[in-house]
Design a protein around this ligand. Sequence first.
Ligand SMILES: *Cc1c(COP(=O)(O)O)cnc(C)c1O
Length: 448
Amino acid sequence: MASDRRDQAVHAALAQGLLTEEQPVAALLDTGGIRASATALKEAFAAVTDAPVLHAFAVKAAPLVPVLALLHSEGLGAEVASPGELALARAAGVPAARTVLDSPAKSAGELHEALALGVAVNADNLQELARLDALAPGRAGSPESAAPAVGLRVNPQLGGGSIGALSTATATSKFGVGLRDAGARALIVRAVLDRPWLTRLHIHTGSQGIPLPLMARGVRAVWELAEEINAVAGRRRIDTVDIGGGLPVNFASDEHTPSFSAYARLLREEAPGLFDGGYGLVTEFGRALLAKHGTILSRVEYAKTAGGRPIAVTHAGVQVAARTVYDPESWPLRIRAYDAEGLPKSGPAVAQDIAGPACFAGDLLAEARPLPLLEPGDVIAVLDTGAYYFSSPYGYNSLPRPAVHGFTAAAAADGGGGAVRFTTVRRAQRLDEIVAESGGAYAAALLP
Ligand SMILES: *Cc1c(COP(=O)(O)O)cnc(C)c1O
């Protein structure tokens, strides 16, 4: 998010009472920034192909119905990977025809529901294709019917990136059919030739930490496979390639690098035939669309020292930043210091720990981070948290999910000068809801 808009929003959030004693942590989403990223994505691919492109937002990156509805209004669809995510996309009004279901563990019931709704499905493996045969036997031979598209996920087995847990194209990854495994290529070709309704190939090389050239080589490998299948078939049996998401996000500054357009240009260089207008495309970006447009705000409750180290104890910790807390090397986040009025704090930088509220020692958002010395009542902003952070809360210590507020900031040129309007995206979880989710209705269940 643009830093001036962010400062404006933090100040307005404090002035408008969004951080309170009862709700000392809250999240902000920059509506204009999300729109701008959606536009950048659409323009990037429109510049490299004339073919239809469905940009399906990866719902897991920000499973919030108003976000999905906003992206839908910008012309994006939804990539879902569970019944819950599908329900969110439907609640947001995303049509089935603009929804894609990917998941490594779809049950027969899920597959049946998706196909009945008209949601495109990417099968993860050959067993799943066999299951689809059984579910939709009548579709064989009628590829022109209005039935939803079906694809097969392929793992190019090109290796991983800097974050092992998010590298999906390793030799032994759980995702897709390993393209380099003995005999696999021939099996895939056969599987497509045998099924007229199987018209797509799908790949997703990983999320964050995958070098762009590796992502592009993965897309190239799938394009080459599509060409091989089409050559054997004598016609364009594979007509659409779903290239997945995974564009990494720069967590070190406000710059949006690498850009969607740089990636689209690289893809066209690496797999030119995929962009000659003959292939339809699906993309599934998540993090790159949302990350930079979210901010977590928390009041500093206490400021103490231990062993000479200043520690700011805040209300933002593992419940809103699980990845950073458990794997700080892979997921460092920028933190900005504000005073109680939400104005940027100045002063000499002092190395201090930024601690969360959870009851384990590792619940730190940052260690020895140089920041103006924080005091009780100050506010911290945890930047670039619009994807996979507050929207993927973690239930540790029964800490409530914080409220999420969307905002629009009028540019100074519009005479705005600080006019920030907030709207509720998700209200904070209430204590009675936590009790209900924790078996509150069954209090006596274990008593004799
Ligand atoms: C997670 C995921 C995405 C989105 O990845 P980002 O890194 O957020 O862009 C897309 N497709 C699939 C299949 C995924 O699992």
